[in-house]
Write a protein that binds this ligand. Structure first.
Ligand code: GDP
Length: 439
């Protein structure tokens, strides 16, 4: 996400690094590079010009601050301007009154149905009773798709496959949702390939009929400048409350994301970075700006971890660590939790300094495959007590998992180191501070 923009801006600013002070000349050339990088990333020309003009004014106004490294100072200024451009503060989804009704709008293929499923899971995890409603009456497959997603995330789906009246379905769904005590009703609507009058009329009529608390406009960030135009048309008609940017995991240049807020004056509320149900993040302008500047996004990483980690499971593992009983079974369970957090490359990109480093690296989704295969090839007893692994057992496991004894030995060594480290941390936490028994 934003890798190209990120590397170009970083390069542009590198020329200022180490320079003693900011001068008209070096700021002008750096700002020009930044503007070019923004436009290459599909940021609207007017928006790119406005932001870079402000960056230039800011930078020149601070000329007297010679004590600060000019490169650092410019990073700070650019960061602040990007944050402002993307809307400054985080805007949460409005979930009042009870039940809250969220209407999902956008073009066909933008990712509405996928997002509806993700949002349902997201809200369910925060303890809400959610209902999904299939109002896409033109694409029969859309109803099935929503049903599959609903089942996957454990949320009820309301549909009337025979009914061709979207307004009626939406109204019936509202009555059903109220009766079932649902707290949030998410209505997935029909989209067309391009904006057309009939579609706009229909969704506007659904809006009038169910009076949603929140209308979210879903837009595919790969569509570049068109995304901005579509957003404008939908906003003129629906006056939506927020934007959802999808497919930021692809090679989207991302510039549309930076322009939409500025042009329609509506906040981006969520970003979607993959097809899996977990690939959803709330949109934080400051974190996104940090990501663009290659400063990483540790906070989003921590949040994903919190969403993926099952509290009971974590407590169970913590207890075992405290009692020095961490086994390969537990290690396997932990790997599954990490995998739930999403695509590894995406996760690594959130670590400061890593986004540039992993830009061209192919991080396979199945990076844990051989570790998993090894653990799966062990007997329950071996997983509990790896000490019993002699050469014949090791050979059996290596063959069974399609790995080698060397790979297995490496894993055993790492596992042993991990256990020693855990014991040491335990002792420190217990206030004993004694060193573990390193044999
Ligand atoms: P709808 O027509 O607006 O309901 O769009 P869908 O939800 O059916 O999505 C269209 C396609 O885009 C599907 O193949 C989805 O799996 C895919 N998709 C949706 N969101 C994302 C995303 O954030 N990243 C990627 N890579 N694909 C996505």
């Amino acid at each position: 996400m934003f890798e190209n923009l990120s590397s170009k801006i970083t390069t542009a600013m590198r020329t200022l690094k180490g320079k003693g002070r900011i001068t008209d000349v070096n700021v002008a050339s750096t700002v020009k590079e930044i503007r070019k990088a923004l436009m290459d990333a599909d940021v609207n020309y007017k928006v790119a010009k406005e932001i870079t003009d402000r960056i230039k004014d800011e930078a020149m106004g601070q000329q007297i601050l010679i004590a600060v490294d000019p490169g650092q100072m410019l990073v700070k200024i650019v960061h602040e301007e990007l944050v402002k451009l993307m809307g400054s503060s985080v805007q949460a989804i409005n979930l009042k009154p009870d039940p809250a009704v969220v209407l999902i709008a956008g073009l066909q293929g933008s990712g509405k149905t996928t997002f509806s499923g993700k949002l349902a899971q997201y809200l369910k995890k925060s303890g809400r009773n959610v209902l999904l409603v299939a109002c896409d009456i033109y694409r029969p497959a859309a109803i099935d798709q929503l049903k599959v997603l609903g089942e996957q995330v454990g949320v009820d789906v309301y549909a009337e496959p025979e009914n061709k009246n979207a307004i009626e379905i939406a109204q019936n769904a509202m009555a059903y949702g109220r009766k079932m005590g649902k707290r949030v009703i998410i209505v997935d609507t029909a989209g067309r390939l391009a904006v057309d009058e009939a579609m706009m009329n229909e969704i506007a009529a659904v809006k009038d009929a169910i009076k949603p608390s929140e209308i979210l406009f879903v837009v595919d960030s790969m569509t570049g400048q068109d995304a901005v135009n579509t957003a404008k048309t939908f906003n003129d008609r629906l006056n939506f409350d927020g934007v959802v940017l999808t497919k930021l995991d692809g090679d989207a240049r991302g510039g549309a994301a930076l322009s939409i807020r500025h042009i329609v004056d509506k906040p981006i509320k969520f970003i979607s970075t993959g097809e899996k149900m977990d690939a959803l993040d709330q949109f934080y302008p400051d974190r996104m700006a940090s990501r663009i500047l290659g400063m990483g996004d540790v906070l989003s990483l921590v949040e994903r971890a919190q969403m993926a980690f099952d509290e009971e499971e974590s407590e169970r593992i913590n207890k075992k660590i405290r009692q020095n009983q961490f086994t390969f079974e537990d290690f396997y369970a932990q790997l599954q939790q990490i995998k739930k957090m999403g695509n590894l490359k995406d996760l690594m990109g959130m670590v400061p300094g890593m986004s540039q480093a992993v830009k061209d690296v192919d991080v396979p989704d199945d990076a844990f495959k051989s570790i998993e295969a090894i653990i799966q090839s062990m007997t329950p007893k071996e997983r509990q007590k790896p000490e019993i692994l002699d050469m014949s057992r090791k050979k059996r496991i290596a063959t069974g998992s399609g790995t080698s004894v060397t790979e297995l030995n490496n894993l055993l060594k790492q596992f042993d180191g991990m256990r020693k480290m855990m014991r040491m941390m335990n002792n420190v936490q217990d206030g004993k501070m004694k060193m573990p028994n390193m044999k």
